[in-house]
Design a protein around this ligand. Structure first.
Ligand SMILES: NC(=O)c1ccc[n+]([C@@H]2O[C@H](COP(=O)([O-])OP(=O)(O)OC[C@H]3O[C@@H](n4cnc5c(N)ncnc54)[C@H](O)[C@@H]3O)[C@@H](O)[C@H]2O)c1
Length: 264
């Protein structure tokens, strides 16, 4: 048997910088890209946890995986992690803008302006800044790409999380436009993620009852996603297998939008 159908999904020779990869979805993506052969740098607000997760991944995959502290809302920290990644691996071919989150607001009449501004800084501007800081390296790389952790909530009516959903919607637009501006040099795509239950849901004030409501009636498969479900799509989009895919937002949400949009 000579044809290897997985050859173009391998990430050997790729140097990945992923933000927010210390836990949950980001850690799943980092592990999968590392397992596919890439060198991976995890940049996370929690530097200790990033290093711990990276060490566990490196042990498991046998590939170079490192962690470093970085606040993606701080331009100097972005520049430092980009420089450290390029130095460690000799370049950056693959950026995954995974950081993002927002709180819950019950009353649409009482959302402080700061919530919108902070959400925009964390979910949107950070991805722009990180993309621009990596750009000189991505442009030089073979199969240079930017892939974002977007949200399904950006594309459908989103309850209780208006500033977050609004900022993620802006991220979609920004990245589709960037794909066109960077055409022929760097591919840019986003995964619109559905419900993957993490501890972040609790800290954002989303109760178990709400999680139940968000999860089961709202997707066609009938259960929440796993970080691995998101990582599988990310692997495709980052790898040479998606070499003809750019400017796309790909839904990975258990078919959720169909049910939610039609109110079933
Ligand atoms: N979990 C879901 O159901 C879901 C659904 C849709 C979209 N998403 C998106 O997927 C991505 C990952 O979600 P998750 O649930 O795994 O998140 P999470 O909250 O579990 O993890 C986020 C990581 O980002 C890090 N982080 C937070 N602020 C940071 C900052 N300023 N600088 C650097 N690192 C920072 C945290 O330390 C943490 O390790 C996010 O963009 C989120 O919006 C998640």
């Amino acid at each position: 048997m000579s044809f290897d159908a997985f050859a173009e999904f391998r990430m050997t020779g790729h140097n990945v910088l992923i933000t927010g990869g210390a836990q949950n979805i980001g850690a799943g993506i980092a592990r999968t890209l590392s397992g596919a052969g890439a060198n991976v740098m995890i940049a996370d607000l929690n530097g200790d946890k990033a290093a711990e997760t990276a060490a566990a991944i490196a042990k498991e995959t046998g590939n170079d995986c490192r962690g470093m502290a970085c606040d993606v809302t701080d331009k100097a920290a972005i520049d430092a992690v980009v420089a450290a990644t390029a130095k460690a691996f000799g370049g950056i071919s693959t950026l995954v803008n995974n950081v993002g989150w927002g709180g819950r607001q019950d009353d649409p009449k009482a959302i402080p302006e700061e919530e919108f501004l902070n959400s925009y800084k964390l979910n949107t501007i950070s991805a722009y800044r990180m993309s621009m800081a990596c750009l000189p390296w991505l442009e030089k790389a073979k199969n240079g790409s930017i892939t974002n952790s977007g949200s399904f909530s950006s594309a459908v009516p989103a309850y209780d999380i208006l500033p977050y959903a609004t900022a993620k919607a802006a991220l979609n637009q920004m990245m589709v436009s960037l794909a066109h501006m960077l055409n022929k040099k760097v591919r840019v795509n986003s995964v619109l993620i559905g419900t993957v239950i993490t501890e972040g849901y609790g800290s954002a004030g989303i109760t178990p009852e709400m999680q139940e409501r968000m999860t089961h009636p709202d997707n066609l498969i009938g259960h929440p996603g796993r970080p691995q479900d998101i990582a599988n799509a990310m692997l495709w989009l980052c790898s040479p297998a998606a070499g003809w895919v750019s400017g796309q937002t790909i839904n990975v949400h258990g078919g959720g939008s169909v049910v939610r949009l039609f109110g079933q």
